[in-house]
Design a protein around this ligand. Structure first.
Ligand code: SF4
Length: 138
């Protein structure tokens, strides 16, 4: 099976704070399967570390008030391009991220409030028919 995973879940230090979200279940799934790692935010040209962002009324805003929507959407498009080329059977993405979250994301108030909805990369991949699951559901 060919799987695409959020790079931070595989242990790459691409998270906004320079760390990762290494996930044991993802590591187990990676064993014996063909793996493609992607970080939409890095692919969109954002630096690591970076100021955290959330989606507010459909637009991605950084905690310091900058509109970073274009970089997030460019990164999502690059992920989609990779997925269309390599046709992963399954895509596993990091929970609650404004890029990768599948079921939930923060509401844009930077108060830790969660709402139902996907991050921009997850949403685009789902829209194009890929089998996308939240890492928490592995
Ligand atoms: S954009 Fe996705 S892959 Fe990159 S650090 Fe955030 S959750 Fe991980």
């Amino acid at each position: 099976m060919r799987i695409m995973v959020s790079a931070c879940l595989a242990g790459e230090n691409c998270k906004y704070n320079g760390g990762n979200n290494l996930n044991e279940n993802v590591r187990k799934l990676m064993d014996g399967n063909e793996v493609i790692t992607v970080c939409p935010e890095v692919l969109g040209g954002l630096p690591t570390p970076r100021v955290p962002s959330e989606i507010r009324n459909g637009t991605v805003i950084s905690k310091d008030g900058r509109v970073v929507d274009a970089a997030f959407r460019a990164g999502a498009e690059k992920c989609l391009k990779i997925a269309l080329e390599l046709q992963p059977d399954l895509i596993v993405l990091q929970s609650r991220s404004p890029s990768c979250g599948v079921k939930q994301r923060y509401d844009g108030s930077f108060t830790g409030t969660l709402i139902n909805g996907s991050g921009v990369a997850a949403e685009l991949l789902i829209k194009h028919g890929f089998h996308v699951i939240d890492a928490e559901d592995l």
